[in-house]
Design a protein around this ligand. Sequence first.
Ligand SMILES: *Cc1c(COP(=O)(O)O)cnc(C)c1O
Length: 425
Amino acid sequence: MSGHSRSGELFRRALSVMPGGVSSPVRAFKYVGGEPLFIRRGRGAWIWDADGNRYVDYVNSWGAIILGHANAQVVRAATRAVRAGSSFGAPTVPELELAEEISGRIREAEKVRFVNSGTEAAMTAIRLARAYTGRKIIVKFEGNYHGHSDAFLSRAGSGLSTLSIPSSPGVPDEVAGLTMTLKYNSTDELHGALSKGDVAAVIVEPVAGNMGVVPADREFIRALREMCDSAGCVLIFDEVITGFRVGMRGAIGIYGVSPDLVLYGKVIGGGFPLAAVAGKKEIMSMLAPEGPVYQAGTLAGNPVAAAAGLAVLKRLKAAAYESLESYGSALQKGVEEALEEAGVKATVNRVGSMMSLFFTDGPVKSYDDVVSSRKENYVKLFWGALRKGIYLPPSPFESMFFTLAHGRRELSLTLEALKNALKEI
Ligand SMILES: *Cc1c(COP(=O)(O)O)cnc(C)c1O
């Protein structure tokens, strides 16, 4: 934080050899200003920075960590796997067992293909959808994030049914023009978009977690299913965050709606690089070598990552989701009381162990609602909390995540810190 901290020194070194000093943009603290902390270690709900300060962690690898850092069972499973050799480029038992576990819990996941990141999973899903339908156009929604492949970097915030233009240099117009970005939680623009019969897939985060937490309305998700059925296009749920986090069966379980394809990531890798595309046999069987759609990966289904992921899923039974919910409801209640006490207007959105705070008066249901919230307030909250040992996501567009390791003590420290930080707003 300060100019002569160890983190500060490390960050200056990083700036000279890594673009922006980081391996992924949000980590750089650009939104909140100042310098990022270098994290040296984590245990349970806590992380320690390079200067030895400790914090209650609400980033948790952007949702990848759900049992807490360095969980003993995960460490044991990963250690045993790595001792047996870290990669072979051949079939292994952990990936088979993980596929069976996913498929056993999620009836919609008839077949599973493992990849290394959510980005790859989304990329593979749209290739499959295009091959399956013989169509080109992809429909996505404002404020939803599906990784950084070209097809998904189209402007979030475009007008009614307009073909989007690239928001990142390096994405050709011809590619961006194949993606339509529509309003989240609204079907107004969908009829028009689907009417031409050229849409291969509609991809959605059923509980959006990349503009803060914005759950979709039930009617919206149901309408998507019906409209995709009548338009003959593939419905893809991006559950890279929500899968195995918001419940036993993720968002599929919450909404009771079955997609054709579903994407997993984050939680299923137990903190290692692992993600998956899963879904209907009919579509999944088009993947090489069973079918003609090419997709491959040197480290895909890596046995260390799969063993770690399996150890995590084994712990995630009904009781685990009950504890996450009870921590979440107490946290939400405490934050709402603190807001009231401080006389600060804000909306708290929460689904299970994902939560966010928007400094705005009304409900937050769309990307427009999110961007109209007051930025300065979040920045103040972030630094106020950090000073008191609470590590919030360094951007209001990201969800707070908590884990099974977050307990009574962490809760009271968090609420005390947030109360103080809110008073200064
Ligand atoms: C994180 C995320 C991705 C991308 O996953 P990476 O592993 O970062 O490539 C895709 N979709 C959603 C909903 C995500 O939250």
